[in-house]
Design a protein around this ligand. Structure first.
Ligand code: 5GP
Length: 193
């Protein structure tokens, strides 16, 4: 199989990693394509199947686990499974691009362990747990219960940060975007035109 690089961005939910990943995807010289994960949760109103996620029923997700179709998968929240399909990495590498992942910390570290030579693993850190809570509330996509669940998980996730190649603190978004660009462009060997 033709191989490229793998760029992993992991962070607690609400840290701003999705914004960073979108910014990097808009820079053509980085030759990045987004790894669309499979997920067993319900789509949010603005989400599109096959673009944001491949939305699968719990049953379909479990059958793909059985068939060994995932590179990594995780029950991120109870009955909410997320995973990277092997076919997704193959699709992107064969198109001559590098893969960028927006996934949880366990999945991110799994990718790093499976492809240690090809992976740049970056952890995006929120300035504080309090700030994270404020951001999740502003987003208005989850109920109070779900926000609390995500905040509780964030403390555990923060402890894994030292296992990543780099940590970016997302205090000022523009600074975080610049840092992420520098890291990734160096790693993929891109020249800005
Ligand atoms: P959300 O429900 O907010 O879209 O995502 C919840 C969490 O699942 C986030 O931390 C997100 O990064 C993570 N996630 C998304 N896709 C994957 C994946 O393919 N594998 C793993 N392990 N986590 C994922």
């Amino acid at each position: 199989m033709k191989t490229g690089k793998l760029i992993v961005f992991s962070a607690p939910s609400g840290s701003g990693k999705t914004t960073i990943v979108r910014h990097l995807l808009s820079q053509p010289e980085l030759k990045l394509d987004f790894s669309i994960s499979a997920a067993s949760r319900e789509p949010r109103p603005e989400e599109v199947d096959g673009k944001d996620y491949y939305f699968l029923s719990l049953e379909d997700f479990k059958s793909k686990i059985k068939n060994d179709e995932f590179l990594e998968w995780e029950e991120v929240y109870r009955d909410n499974f997320y995973g990277t399909l092997k076919s997704e990495v193959k699709r992107i590498w064969e198109s001559g691009k590098n893969v960028i992942f927006d996934i949880d910390v366990v999945g991110g570290l799994d990718i790093k362990h499976i492809y240690p030579e090809e992976t740049l693993a970056v952890f995006v850190k929120p300035p504080s747990i309090e700030e994270l809570k404020i951001r999740l509330k502003k987003r208005k996509t989850e109920s109070e219960d779900k926000i609390n669940m995500r905040v509780a998980k964030a403390s555990i996730e923060l402890a894994t940060a030292p296992q990543f190649d780099f940590i970016i603190e997302n205090k000022h978004l523009q600074t975080a975007l610049n840092e992420a660009y520098e890291l990734v462009s160096k790693y993929v060997g891109a020249d800005k035109k």
